[in-house]
Design a protein around this ligand. Structure first.
Ligand code: CO
Ligand code: CO
Length: 317
């Protein structure tokens, strides 16, 4: 959308702009503001969990930068004067996620809209010298993913009324979980070389961004990537959101995936909501990261490695 526009500002305190998960602005030598915004239409039928997941998704970019969430502003589009208990449940879900993140709600704005939408703008704080970016992945690093993929096809399955209850419940649980514990595990083992959160562009789309920004090849072992139960069956039946097809097309010019079946590639490109962190870690920190993750109940899986080659994605079966 911003392609071709002049995004340069002569301000030395603008540390990161539109290329990373969140904008980073230095206030002084030890403090930087980390700011992000996200909102969308309902992805589950339960209004409380829709609100909670929207908040988790918005907070996720702050965790992906290694920052601590501080304040949140609600963004609400909702049909005026209707379904007020539903709106209240959405806002309660968001509020609970904000509280759990240790942040505070400081305001918001609502507009009249026939199609409900919810999300928030989040501001966090970080030390300007300790910002995590997508750009630091180094050859030899291990790649870790902290939540399974597949929420996109399951959301599609909910809209098409073909997703089983147990499948919806597990996907909802996964999406409703903050990336706080995953980020803390990464910090506890000395920090990642690069990190991003897996959301709308899917694992492959976000992995490509990391590869491009870092100038390395990311090698993903498809069989090691965790997939939500039921997602493979839905994808095999053609229950795939448009966004996943678009993601696949977006990474295609940079992708080598010999011998990988099409359903697996669809899942790797799945347009995720509130997904996990994708981390590139010095292999000397990997065991500590796995232990720190386990201690926090985070199911972090090693899904591949970083290789010295021109920026590209390699997927092996
Ligand atoms: Co992000
Ligand atoms: Co975002």
């Amino acid at each position: 959308m911003l392609a071709g526009m002049d995004l340069h500002f002569d301000d030395p305190n603008l540390l990161l702009g539109v290329t990373d998960d969140a904008g980073v602005y230095r206030l002084d030598a030890t403090t930087a503001l980390v700011q992000t915004v996200d909102f969308f239409t309902p992805i589950v039928d339960d209004p409380y969990f829709f609100g909670r997941i929207a908040a988790v998704n918005a907070l996720s970019d702050v965790y992906a930068m290694g920052a601590r969430p501080l304040t949140a502003l609600n963004l609400v589009a909702f049909p005026q004067g209707q379904y007020l208990d539903m709106l209240q449940a959405i806002l309660q879900g968001g509020l609970d996620a904000i509280r759990e993140a240790g942040a505070v709600l400081v305001g918001g704005h609502t507009i009249d809209d026939a199609e409900p939408k919810y999300g928030m703008a989040v501001t966090g704080l970080a030390h300007p010298d300790r910002i995590w970016t997508k750009a630091g992945a180094r050859p030899g690093d291990d790649l870790y993913l902290t939540k399974p993929v597949g929420t996109g096809v399951i959301s599609r399955g909910i809209k098409d009324a073909v997703a089983p209850e147990a499948v919806i419940a597990e996907a909802t649980r996964s999406m409703a979980r903050l990336n706080r514990d995953a980020a803390e595990a990464a910090r506890a083992c000395g920090g990642p070389d690069a990190v991003t959160d897996v959301t709308g562009f899917g694992l492959l789309g976000h992995a490509w961004e990391m590869a491009r920004e870092s100038g390395v090849a990311l090698h993903i072992e498809a069989a090691a990537v965790p997939v939500l139960p039921g997602a493979r069956e839905l994808a095999a039946a053609g229950v795939v959101p448009g966004g996943s097809h678009a993601n696949r097309a977006f990474v295609e010019p940079h992708l080598r995936a010999e011998g990988v079946d099409p359903v697996t590639l669809t899942l790797l490109a799945d347009a995720v909501t509130a997904g996990g962190l994708l981390l590139a870690l010095d292999p000397g920190r990997s065991l500590a990261f796995e232990a720190e993750s386990r201690a926090r109940g985070v199911d972090a899986r090693r899904i591949g490695r970083v290789e010295a080659a021109a920026a590209m994605l390699v997927v092996s079966p």
